[in-house]
Design a protein around this ligand. Sequence first.
Ligand code: ATP
Length: 363
Amino acid sequence: MPTITLDNVEKNYGGETNAVEGLDLTINDGDFMCLLGPSGCGKTTTVRMIAGLENITDGSIRIGDRVVDEPSAQTFVAPEKRDIGLVFQNYALWPHLSVADNVDYGLKLRKLPKTERTERVARMTEKLGIAPYRDRYPSQLSGGQQQRVALARMLAVNPQLMLLDEPLSNLDSRLRLEMRAELKRIHAEFNATVVFVTHDQWEAMTLATRVAVMNQGVLQQVGSPMDIYDRPVNRFVANFLGVPPMNFVEMTEASPQRESVVAFLGRRVPALDEIGSIGVRPESLIIEPSGTTSASEHLVLPGRIESVMPTGGSWTVETAVGTQRVYATTLQRGALHTGDDVDLVAQAASVHVFDRNEQRVKV
Ligand code: ATP
């Protein structure tokens, strides 16, 4: 299976800023690569460039050994010659073909024998739960059903490389969960390479073997989901992953919480004045009675409980640390009450330190 290599890829649609800038990304054989980032960060542009639906402005794209787009060498391989399975958010089903004929479409193009086509269409419509609608037309289906037809159509041809742009966006939450599990299974079974666009961090974390986080056209970090979660390279990535998001304490302003952080950082960092902020995830904070924890071994933020909110299986505790809101999540409510003075305690290993340019500092 081919590796996809993007080398210093740039895309400009004619405006002042590039939609994608200096993108170096390698998608390896068998990867389930999720492109993750906020709206407008360049995810869709990136998959469309890999597919050949958009040409690149500069740099090069290779699929395996073959250069498919390189403006400086005037090379451009048409989308249909790139041998890629595609599903986009708007499905692009053939309106005049029934569900079964839509799924059959790619098989017919590949001139597969009729018996095999019939068998594959039956298997895929069954697998994706659209067999009961096989004789209907796209206009007679809901958005979610159309999305499943688009997936079935793509999977029927056993593509080695699949590009999926928010393919589950129109499904309700249960179906979405089921389809995620199905996609994960298909990825393993077909041993395919998948590039999957999503703005949903939970979706990326649960599906991907590797995640590429983008912001404003620039790749921020590539790594395994846990790598990105546990070792974000900068504040943007740290802040983008996690619900509730990471808590930050700014070092640039004089505040009681700054003093707690200075006490903790102590000799851990060589130049304290280069530190811009520290971050702690809500689940890394343990709530202890006020004044019971040593502030040199652990980070201790003195706070007051503002509210204790049930979130189903756990509790989110909102606290005021000085003028700042800090959130902690806990599985047990225990004896936590609004108005209590508490210490929010984090182990040294779970404290993220960022410099004044918002880059991660190793401590
Ligand atoms: P979303 O999650 O909202 O789909 P995205 O991360 O996929 O966003 P893109 O659709 O790739 O982002 O858009 C990246 C940037 O390029 C945006 O600023 C967008 O406005 C711009 N853009 C995208 N397509 C075009 C186009 N055809 N012409 C001009 N600008 C475009």
